[in-house]
Design a protein around this ligand. Structure first.
Ligand SMILES: [Zn+2]
Length: 509
């Protein structure tokens, strides 16, 4: 995974001390010019500069790319950032030399065409929307899915065709469409709320129903782990849950109360008060005043009712006994490959297995989303997360720079959170993983990643290190490197488990 467009300066500082890193073990194998990146036909980034990394197989070789000298590490690996020559199909010529031996490798890039084609595909005009009134049911055709998990995962609607993520809508939900383009259809969730989905994700043979369904009076169940609000409705409806500073708002679209139900008390410790509202047309809203940050939340449809399940925070503890953690070793499919071809998916699996053992030693219950190198889709990982009883979900990755960014931009650790219940964990994992790995904490970011979309359990994605950097890759090839990443994860979890901040409501959101 790549990202973080903000740390160019850091990158420059680090690049000045790269080359002949004494921590990298020396290697002197057959001379080669293995260019891991860029691949042929890679689009030239808009700043006309490109990262490159790979290996010569020997630390005794020298490397020139288009006659510019590139530092080579003791094991033959290299990572650099070069300017791309002009022209529509610029060539990077890699010349590796050891004594009288030499190997040449040419990589032809694409300027304009590649990126223009990609842009055209996503922004090609779909035409003006045409009026098209019809009831449709959310469903995914088997050919549109990567695996069985995606058969029942929600369909992610957008505010405009191909635009920003709007609201996940469960399969089976029946909605009124009021217009469409060639590839997308517009759904009416309420008189003032419209979203778009790909036309392929709708069954257009649905029969009509009333545009607003009658909702029952909310009932509340409080038990030792959850507060559950139940609202009966004749069929499953689209729903959203939003957490602001001291409130959790649950909205059900397409429902109405015959008369507004009375407010109720919550459990006191997490939910102060539960207030039904019908202030906006075409929806019912349950407004929960919070006293503490919930550990997680999710909506369910069963027994003729919509349910909002809000999970109570765990008591603070210095022991991990009773804590349930899901570790998600990132990739395959996809993933980044390091200069000497260490694969992101095998490195993250090794880290997850060591971290799982460390956590179990401390009394935690740990499950992994995968335990071998078979591919597992993002949707399947999200499904595992949402269905699991785990309190925490941590996705482990190793980073590569985004287009037009130098390899050194990923020298350090980054973490991502999406829902407020993951924010404190993201901060603690950032600090602890960076410290354990012995490199900078680049930053923590809010990010919309598929594996972070479920708000149950609290979820964080960690980019532990930049695998494209020779000395980081070499470190991750050692048991010490794997254990360092794992130890950072374990310490972050321990600090979260003991921290009052993990249960405190965010001041501003
Ligand atoms: Zn990744």
């Amino acid at each position: 995974m790549s990202l973080a467009p903000r740390y160019a300066l850091l990158g420059l500082l680090v690049s000045s001390c790269s080359g002949r890193d004494p921590s990298i073990p020396a290697l002197d194998g057959p001379l080669l010019a293995d260019v891991v990146f860029p691949l042929p036909d890679t689009p030239v980034p808009s700043n006309d500069s490109i990262a490159l990394w790979g290996t010569l197989g020997t630390g005794r070789a020298t490397l020139a790319v288009n006659d510019a000298k590139i530092p080579v590490e003791r094991n033959g690996t290299f990572a650099a950032f070069v300017e791309v020559p002009p022209g529509p199909s610029p060539v990077l010529r890699f010349l590796a030399r050891r004594g009288a031996d030499s190997v040449v490798r040419r990589v032809v890039l694409q300027r304009g065409r590649g990126s223009a084609a990609a842009g055209a595909a996503s922004s090609a005009p779909e035409g003006e929307p045409k009026a098209w009134q019809r009831w449709v049911t959310m469903r995914r055709v088997p050919s549109d899915t990567a695996d069985s998990a995606t058969q029942w995962r929600p369909i992610y609607s957008r505010w405009r065709p191909g635009g920003e993520l709007a609201i996940p809508i469960s399969q089976g939900v029946r909605l009124l469409s009021d217009s469409r383009t060639a590839r997308s259809i517009r759904l009416r969730l309420a008189p003032d709320v419209h979203v778009w989905i790909p036309a392929i994700d709708a069954d257009t043979t649905a029969v009509a129903r009333a545009s607003q369904l009658r909702a029952g009076v909310p009932t509340i169940r409080i038990d030792s782990t959850d507060v559950v609000v139940r609202i009966s409705v004749p069929e499953r409806l689209p729903t959203t849950v939003e957490l602001s500073a001291h409130r959790l708002l649950w909205t059900i679209y397409g429902a109405t109360w015959p008369s507004r139900p009375a407010a109720r008390d919550g459990d006191g410790a997490m939910v102060r008060r539960i207030v039904p509202r019908d202030s906006a047309p075409g929806r019912v809203v349950v407004d929960m005043g919070l006293a503490a940050l919930p550990l997680g939340w999710r909506t369910e449809w069963h027994d003729g009712a919509m349910h909002l399940r809000v999970r109570r925070p765990l008591p603070r503890s210095t022991s991990l006994r009773g804590l349930m953690v899901t570790l998600d070793p990132g990739h395959p499919p996809d993933g980044t490959t390091g200069p000497s071809r260490l694969m992101e998916d095998s490195a993250t699996l090794a880290v997850a297995q060591v971290a799982a053992a460390m956590l179990r030693e401390r009394g935690a219950t740990v499950s992994l989303t995968r335990t071998d190198r078979r591919a597992l889709s993002l949707e399947a990982r999200a499904a595992i997360s949402e269905q699991s009883p785990a309190h925490l979900f941590i996705s482990l990755h190793l980073n590569a720079p985004g287009p037009g960014r130098p390899p050194t931009a990923v020298y350090g650790t980054q973490t991502y959170w999406m829902h407020p219940n993951g924010r404190v964990l993201a901060r603690l994992l950032l600090t602890e993983v960076a410290q354990a790995m012995g490199h900078p904490a680049i930053g923590m970011y809010e990010g919309d990643f598929a594996v972070l979309r479920p708000a149950w359990p609290a979820a964080v994605l960690v980019e532990g290190s930049g695998i494209v950097l020779p000395n980081r890759e070499a470190f991750l090839r050692t048991q010490a490197g794997v254990e360092a990443y794992a130890r950072g994860i374990v310490r972050g979890i321990e600090r979260w488990n003991a921290a009052p901040a993990a249960r405190a409501l965010p001041a501003i959101n």
